[in-house]
Structure formats: C-alpha cells, structure tokens
Design a protein. Sequence first.
Length: 102
Amino acid sequence: MSIKLDLKPEIEARLIAQARMQKVSVESYLESLIESHLATQAEPEWKALLYQLGRSPTLAKAPPLSDEAISRESIYREREDQQVCFKRFTEITTVDLRQISG
C-alpha cells in the first residue's frame, strides 16, 4: 500500500533525523512506528469481554452485595474455621499419642 503524506517541514526533518539515527530508510522507520503504535493500540480480548460484561443489561439488574457479603470476616470465615479445626485436631492427636506412648 502506498500512502502520500503532506508533513510540515519541521516534522519531516525530525522524521528524517530519527530514521538516520536508526540507520534505516524513512519508509522503514515509518513502517516500524506504525506497527508498534498499532500493536499497543490493540485491546486484548479479555478487555473487550470485560467491557461487554460491564455493559450487560443482566449485570445492571443484579442486586448489589451487602456489606456483610464483602466483609473480611465473611470472605475469610471458611479458611479461619478450617485452621481452627486443624489446630484442634493436632492438639487431640498429640494428646492421644502421649497417652499411647506413656
């Protein structure tokens, strides 16, 4: 594809200087600039999906979570319960082993 650009003289001079610094032609330098710009502009697929989810009418109808549902205690309750049960189990096991060996 060929594209004709009418650049301001100061922009053209900067473009030529940058291409010379890279030791490539102006055309190659412009091509690499365009490719890198387009690569950074492309949104990852997950961003597009997340945007669609945020705009979903179904999500808009969902009730908000209560303060209790998002509290630290509510989130970590099951984990803390498991830790307490494990601690009790190890205490009981230790006592039983002492009785067996003693």
